[in-house]
Design a protein around this ligand. Sequence first.
Ligand code: TRP
Length: 359
Amino acid sequence: MKTILTGDRPTGKLHLGHYVGSLKTRVELQNSQEFDQIYIMIADAQALTDNFANPKRIRDNVIEVALDYLACGIDPAKSTIFIQSEVKALPEIAFYYMNLVTLSRLQRNPTVKNEIKLRGFEKSIPVGFLNYPISQAADITGFKATHVPVGDDQLPMLEQCKEIVKSFNATYGDVLIDPIVVLPKNKEAQRLPGLDGKAKMSKSLGNCIFLSDSEEVIKQKVMSMYTDPNHIKVSDPGQVEGNVVFTYLDVFAKKEDFLKYLPQYKDLDDLKNKYRQGGVGDVVIKNFLNNILQDLLRPIRERREKLSQNIKEVYKILEKGTKKAQECCDETLQEIKKAMKIDYFESSEFLQEIIDKYQ
Ligand code: TRP
């Protein structure tokens, strides 16, 4: 059985970084027909670990993320979209995993360490936040996921999950599945920089192109992109490295795009060479990128608009998906409890044991 589990925190609408970093791979995996089950989780409970004081933000974005998924081509007939907090077996599973993980191991998790700094949690770390790698291990193993497609920032979480799997199986018997991490194939796409050239496209840095942005907004954002500050006149030689427009072209430009929008250049190497020599204006490369991004995002935005006109259907998709997810994790929880010898009323075994002991 091949099962995918992955997900996102609903802290805002999804953006182009999500698209190249994970959504595109998910849709490809979904359509490859290679998987028996695909679960895509809206991780509201995890989002609350660092947004506990702002529950409305999370609630509001559950539906936005669902719309983004469906607009990108996640097909509810093939993939199960569900809401994490409604799957009550997950925190129960996580509760038992807590016995298998030390405090120092959690504090050493590089992603957690980094986020503690970013959130200003150094002085006092909320237990729920520190615990989220354990909760994420429950998400993955609760579905017996064999494959977890994620961005490379999630590697420490998966590492920790694998440790929990090994420890659980060694202690209680072979119940959990050790998942395979699936990273996006395209190296550049693993971490798309923001419009400003900052390391990562991120909502909190305000440097995103959202999947739901209008044509005008996309254009405006592309025109504001960081290029080469020393490339002032068109005739000046320009730098390609660190020039965000070229980083994006590396990810998005295809040969056909040159034929369609920039036939005077053979391919990206040709454009880069001429830009380096001088004579190619920033407006030319920005217009080119804008055309490519408009072609990519137009169908996504249009599907999103259609879906939002039929929002009851989206609600029903979430409700149905969540029910299926509950059933799947309830089954795993029973197996876990049996292995841990805390299955008292599931079968007559416990009753028989105490009868043998006392009667
Ligand atoms: N931590 C992931 C993120 O921040 C979201 C997530 C929660 C997740 N549980 C997961 C991803 C399980 C993959 C598998 O994007």
